[in-house]
Design a protein around this ligand. Structure first.
Ligand SMILES: Cc1cc2nc3c(=O)[nH]c(=O)nc-3n(C[C@H](O)[C@H](O)[C@H](O)COP(=O)(O)OP(=O)(O)OC[C@H]3O[C@@H](n4cnc5c(N)ncnc54)[C@H](O)[C@@H]3O)c2cc1C
Length: 272
């Protein structure tokens, strides 16, 4: 149906995003293709080789309350508790959250830090991409108009890996974050073997702070290195000033969040 109505149709999942844009007159699709009744897209499962598999129609609330998610990736259920409000969490799906390409979101940072993959289906078959390959620009993704996301796949983390996500909202009224930082550290004895540092809401797309990842890799974390990492990461994003804070304010938030998330991810890695 998406192919048949190419350029004129939009996928409709939970409708939390698409309905607002239609009411505001920003979207006026001629057709909505409702995918909500495809049962294969509603499952959460775990496979020892592939990892956690989340269907695109799984809602925020289902991720938040799933005992499987809590057991395998507690960072996700903890993050979900702070996303939007209960109404949006009940309606909004993981596929819609990612496919909207909206920059002020939380899940993409965590998925990228976990080296997550997306399964995508369209008239020409199926393909898979890394989550970070989805985001091209503000509200722009690499999905073709006739493709849908079917699953998010999160591989089991390497031994001695710790992951932390921290989001900061500048006001209790504004429910989208000013910044959100995900950090995954894998340790080799005392030193950091590999680091993933992902900055969200501070640019058109989530971004990996690759220079900061390289700075900490191979080293033993200490206060000085953590301070340097926070400062460097705050320069690896491109926030804009808006009602959630000025550019300088957001860079300062990123600096603080990266430091805290590094400490917490390190603490968790030491426990494993
Ligand atoms: C008030 C409010 C607060 C919010 N706060 C947060 C927050 O704090 N953190 C956060 O992360 N997010 C937040 N969000 C975003 C929210 O998570 C998303 O709007 C929601 O998850 C979208 O999912 P949906 O199923 O409702 O998508 P829909 O509205 O149905 O669709 C959204 C877009 O994705 C496309 N689409 C949907 N599913 C697929 C699919 N499987 N494949 C391809 N394209 C698809 C649609 O065509 C549309 O363009 C907030 C939203 C609102 C309205």
């Amino acid at each position: 149906m998406l192919k048949q109505h190419a350029g004129e149709a939009k996928v409709f999942a939970g409708g939390a995003h698409v309905t607002i844009l239609m009411k505001q007159g920003l979207y006026q699709p001629k057709a909505l293709v409702n995918i909500k009744k495809i049962p294969e897209l509603k499952n959460i499962s775990f496979d020892t080789s592939e990892g956690l598999i989340i269907g695109a129609l799984v809602t925020h609330r289902e991720i938040e309350t799933s005992s499987l998610v809590k057991e395998k990736f507690p960072v996700l259920s903890e993050a979900e508790r702070e996303i939007a409000n209960i109404r949006v969490r009940n309606m909004g799906t993981v596929g819609g959250n990612l496919a909207s390409g909206e920059p002020l979101t939380d899940l993409s940072q965590i998925f990228i830090a976990l080296d997550g993959k997306l399964r995508i289906a369209g008239p020409d078959g199926q393909r898979a991409i890394r989550v970070e390959e989805l985001f091209l620009d503000f509200y722009t993704t690499s999905l073709a108009e006739d493709e849908i996301i079917t699953q998010v796949v999160l591989p089991p983390p390497a031994p001695r890996s710790g992951i932390d996500y921290i989001r900061f909202s500048s006001s209790s009224v504004v429910d989208k974050p000013s910044a959100g930082v995900a950090v995954r550290l894998t340790l080799d004895k005392e030193a950091v073997q590999a680091a993933r540092i992902v900055l969200g809401c501070v640019g058109p797309t989530p971004v990996r702070a690759k220079k900061t990842e390289a700075l900490v890799a191979g080293k033993i974390l200490n206060d000085e290195l953590i301070g340097q990492a926070g400062a460097l990461a705050s320069q690896e994003c491109s926030p804009i000033g808006d009602l959630r804070g000025s550019e300088e304010y957001k860079r300062a938030i990123v600096r603080a969040l990266v430091k805290r998330a590094l400490i917490e991810a390190h603490r968790k890695a030491l426990l494993l």
